[in-house]
Write a protein of this length. Structure first.
Length: 605
């Protein structure tokens, strides 16, 4: 018999965080438990192992912190409960203890409510957000995650006063002070200082730190470490996201190593990393020479932390982390780093790599096991980027001889899509079958399909009953231009015309492909609208993620320009022809929206 609750009690139970339905959808159910936990503890800093009424609310909250697809309504609900819900629970608890101490007497001291141990957890150096100067000499301080929030009123007042005493009027934007010339001063290092020097009165500590910032940004020695020779000898390359800079065009000497990722010359100062202006670089030496010397210096740095995470199939993902903001930039000297941590050279095809934060570098050699590694690398990089207070790049890249080729791009819905897949597929296929294709595609097979056939303009005039003989003649004549050891027999070579609606197609079946990019078949198409001949190829390939063998549909749009249309194809003629026809047919026009009619009394002027 159901038990009815007195209506007068429902509001009281609601106030206590009562969970009325355990059959609610997954998110609403988890949110209900999180709300109940918040009612009892006044925070969402829930330990990962915590349970509430036998529900793993800690694990649910941990997944929410890592999630990137929350709706605006879901984010708003969590923000209403606790604006710090996105941050690490240990950090959040320590941060609240730190604020409680400051509110009590303005200093840090031992005590049951604010232990030194708790404060040290709150300020993990080098794991926070970066705020650059925007006056042409970026000052990058390694700041705590506190940098995402406004300074406490008392601390903000002390900061403004200290800048005024130094002759600079500033406006505070969170943990960044900006003066009237547009120069930014990162203040995120203050919590670390307060934890490290609890014996110093807060006002004195703030004044000292502000004076160091002003000297680093405005002083005559800004961007220098002694003589020009001494300064040049202390430079390191530092990667930055161009979007994080006020005006990246101010730094013409900066080298774009990947789309949106710039390599700067940086000098470590007492309060962070200072990026040299173009004027400062010009005073020292040639930028290219300085960059080479800085990279060599970077390659000699010790590795702070390294682990090899198994990914299945015998593959592994190398993870290098550290407190140094140069850790992610070590991709610029990846060959040296790999030799140090793996004890061998990188393979000829290089490595797949990601640098989601300045403090993290992920990489794996590009070998036969890369299909098992690549998906893990893409997911790990995206997660580290989303979870970090100091993001650098969410993307995965292919490192080859020091060059970076993007392997991911942001697609629909903000999800990462695999790009440059045709190059990856070709390399993976070659590696997967080295015995049959030790040196890539066979010249006779590849060039006939990808070079000769697309260039021919007379085949549409050949009668259907003669097309087979014409193809055999062309195959033989082309083979005569090659060395004898590269000539292949025309086993399986045949062709035939197909009429697909207004389009006329010539389907050419080729000898069985044995290496990546060799083709199963080629279609020469003469579109019904009278536009020029087009050439499509059904190419042998291996999926770089799953390792499965299959085919891809490509097109030679013009000599030397290849376009990948579809992956996941099979070596069958009918799906190939259907896909080609779909590419030839123009897309249907968008539907015409119905005419809007006015309703009396229900329209706006």
């Amino acid at each position: 018999m159901p038990v009815l609750v007195d209506p007068a009690r429902i509001s009281e139970l609601d106030a206590l965080g009562m969970i009325w339905s355990k059959n609610a959808n997954t998110w609403e159910r988890g949110y209900a438990y999180a709300k109940a936990f918040h009612h009892q503890h006044d925070r969402l800093a829930i330990p990962a192992t915590a349970k509430f009424d036998d529900y793993a609310v800690g694990a649910w909250m941990r997944r929410r912190r890592k999630a990137v697809g929350l709706t605006a309504d879901q984010v708003a609900k969590l923000d209403t409960l606790d604006e710090l819900w996105r941050l690490d629970p240990d950090w959040t608890r320590s941060y609240r203890r730190l604020l409680a101490c400051l509110a009590a007497d303005g200093t840090l001291s031992e005590g049951p409510e604010c232990s030194v141990r708790g404060v040290s957890q709150a300020v993990q150096p080098g794991r926070g957000r970066w705020r650059p100067r925007t006056d042409g000499g970026e000052l990058l301080s390694q700041e705590g995650t506190m940098g995402r929030h406004e300074l406490e009123p008392e601390l903000a007042a002390l900061v403004r006063t200290a800048f005024a005493q130094a002759g600079t009027q500033v406006t505070l934007h969170g943990d960044v002070a900006r003066d009237d010339q547009g120069r930014d001063y990162g203040l995120g290092g203050l919590p670390e200082l307060m934890a490290a020097r609890p014996e110093v009165p807060l006002g004195e500590l703030v004044r000292s730190h502000v004076l160091e910032l002003v000297a680093a940004v405005q002083g005559p020695g800004a961007g220098r470490a002694g003589t020009p020779e001494e300064t040049a000898a202390r430079l390191y390359p530092l990667l930055l996201d161009a979007a994080s800079l006020a005006d990246s065009a101010q730094y013409p000497h900066a080298l774009e190593v990947a789309p949106g990722i710039l390599e700067f010359l940086a000098l470590e100062s007492p309060v962070g990393w200072q990026v040299l202006t173009s004027e400062a670089v010009a005073e020292l030496a040639d930028a290219a020479w300085l960059r080479r010397a800085a990279r060599a210096r970077l390659a000699r740095l010790p590795v702070e932390q390294h682990e090899l995470r198994p990914t299945g199939g015998g593959g592994g993902l190398h993870v290098v982390t550290g407190k140094s903001a140069l850790t992610g930039s070590r991709v610029l000297a990846l060959d040296t780093l790999y030799r140090e941590v793996a004890g061998r050279e990188l393979p000829p095809d290089g490595a797949v790599v990601a640098f989601p934060t300045p403090f993290c570098l992920l990489f794996a050699p590009f070998d036969v096991r890369v299909p098992e590694v690549l998906q893990t690398l893409i997911e790990t990089a995206a997660h580290e980027y989303a979870a970090s207070g100091a993001p650098l790049s969410a993307h995965t890249y292919w490192w080859r001889d020091g060059e970076l080729t993007p392997l991911t791009a942001v697609g629909e819905g903000g999800l990462l899509d695999l790009v440059n897949a045709d190059e990856v597929i070709a390399a993976v296929t070659r590696l997967a079958d080295p015995g049959e294709a030790p040196s890539g595609p066979r010249p006779h097979h590849y060039r006939f399909a990808h070079r000769l056939l697309p260039s021919l303009t007379h085949l549409d005039t050949v009668p259907g009953e003669r097309i087979g003989g014409e193809l055999l003649r062309l195959w033989g004549e082309f083979g005569d231009t090659l060395p004898a050891d590269q000539r292949l027999a025309p086993d399986g070579l045949q062709g035939g015309f197909v009429q697909a609606g207004p389009h006329r197609l010539l389907l050419v079946a080729l000898p069985v492909p044995r290496a990546a990019t060799e083709a199963f078949a080629v279609v020469l198409a003469w579109p019904g609208d009278g536009s020029p001949q087009r050439a499509f190829a059904l190419e042998f390939a291996v999926d770089p993620i799953t390792g499965e063998r299959g085919a891809v549909l490509g097109e030679w749009e013009q000599p030397g320009r290849h376009r990948l249309h579809r992956t996941g194809m099979t070596a069958e003629a009918r799906p190939f022809l259907q896909a080609v026809v779909a590419l030839l047919d123009p897309p249907p026009p968008p539907p015409t929206p119905p005419a809007k009619t006015k309703r009396r009394g229900f329209f706006r002027r």
